[in-house]
Design a protein around this ligand. Structure first.
Ligand code: PMV
Length: 354
């Protein structure tokens, strides 16, 4: 029997939304009720590494996921695999005399290994990086010619926010119009070099798993919140335009204002859900007050905050000086291992956008 193996390894960072995605108009295809915009982190921090391998000697599909949720992966793999196989092209390694033709891909089995360089249980977005990385690695392995936007429409169906992790820099997920979801995909707004003096610090407030998953939360919000409808129709479309402008002009004051307002409205929409969903806790609220007070006292915003479906604070500082001051404040007001709920570490990032 032939005994070669072909392997591809890819690395994908997670992304943090500054204009939030919350609510699906189609649960099966994962189509959102509004556009969203995110920033992709530095590949050094909060990133997934995935290796996919193929060999004629592999008799079965196998998955070894390290820290990444194996169950989540196994559920979505058949779909990803089918989609990428349908786009597979011939692969040739002349040196080793290996040739895989388009139709061989149907018979071959793939092995996957994936791990996160951060604790999955820390309540930090992990599925986004994981799914984006798997789709990208499979596409490379099978020599699919689709560009990253086209691949993002596949990753989207693992988890919505995953579609935004196929690009660096700032990324927009366009909700799309058509029913089959083919135009609901991610595009890059600016690349990672455009605004590289921003610094992101994540304050890990609680490492407990969230009580309401984003899937359940979104469903309940769509079913019960009137505020969500107002947000999706009237607020977000305008904010998306303003946010793109702010990013393109590196206008930190507008960027910070929009980011904080959108995070707060997302949590207001959660509160407007029946029964209400609480993702932030007292420590999250105290961090917001602390940042608001500081920004006000300086006169121009130094730091923006945003919270996803959990209590951890994502803080985006204007530059290194503001980041250093922020860390000082966090350590003073929220000392590690004190009786505040702030966990023993704050994940400081050197520079997110490199
Ligand atoms: O992609 P999901 O299903 O994990 O949902 C992500 C939802 C938020 O993180 C709260 C917002 C966002 O746009 O990423």
């Amino acid at each position: 029997a032939e005994s070669w193996v072909i392997m591809v390894t890819a690395q994908t960072p997670t992304n943090i939304a500054v204009i939030k995605y919350w609510g699906k108009r189609d649960e099966k295809l994962i189509l959102p009720v509004n556009d969203s915009i995110s920033v992709t982190l530095d590949p050094v921090h909060l990133c997934t590494t995935t290796t996919v391998a193929v060999s004629p000697s592999f008799a079965l599909f196998r998955i070894g996921c390290g820290l990444m949720g194996r169950y989540q992966f196994s559920c979505v793999f058949p779909f990803f695999s089918r989609e990428i196989r349908a786009r597979a092209c011939d692969v040739e390694d002349k040196e080793r005399g290996i040739k895989i033709s388009k139709k061989d891909w149907e018979k071959l089995h793939v092995h996957i290994a994936s791990y996160n360089n951060f604790p999955t249980a820390a309540g930090l977005a992990s599925s986004a990086a994981g799914f984006a990385c798997l789709v990208f690695a499979l596409a490379k392995l099978m020599n699919a010619k689709e560009d990253n936007s086209e691949l993002s429409a596949i990753a989207r169906q693992g988890s919505g926010s995953a579609c935004r992790s196929l690009f660096g820099g700032f990324v927009k997920w366009k909700m799309g119009k058509v029913e089959d979801g083919s135009d609901s995909l991610a595009v890059q707004v600016v690349d990672e070099k455009h605004w590289d003096d921003l610094v992101i610090i994540i304050a890990v407030v609680s490492s407990r798993q969230k009580e309401t998953s984003s899937t359940t939360g979104m469903r309940e919000t769509v079913e019960t919140s009137l505020l969500l409808q107002h947000r999706a129709k009237e607020i977000v479309p305008k904010r998306i335009i303003q946010m793109e402008e702010a990013i393109k002009n590196r206008d930190f004051a507008s960027f910070a204002h929009l980011t904080c307002a959108d995070s707060n409205q997302f949590h207001a929409v959660c509160l407007d859900t029946c029964p209400p969903i609480f993702y932030m806790n007292d420590t999250s609220h105290r961090i917001i007050s602390c940042v608001e007070k500081w920004n006000r006292s300086v006169g121009t915003p130094q730091v923006a905050y945003t919270f996803d479906a959990g209590p951890n604070a994502v803080l985006i500082a204007h530059n290194r000086k503001a980041a250093a001051q922020l860390l000082q404040k966090l350590l003073f007001y929220f000392p590690p291992n004190s009786d505040t709920e702030l966990n023993s570490y704050v994940l400081g990032d050197k520079s997110i956008l490199k």
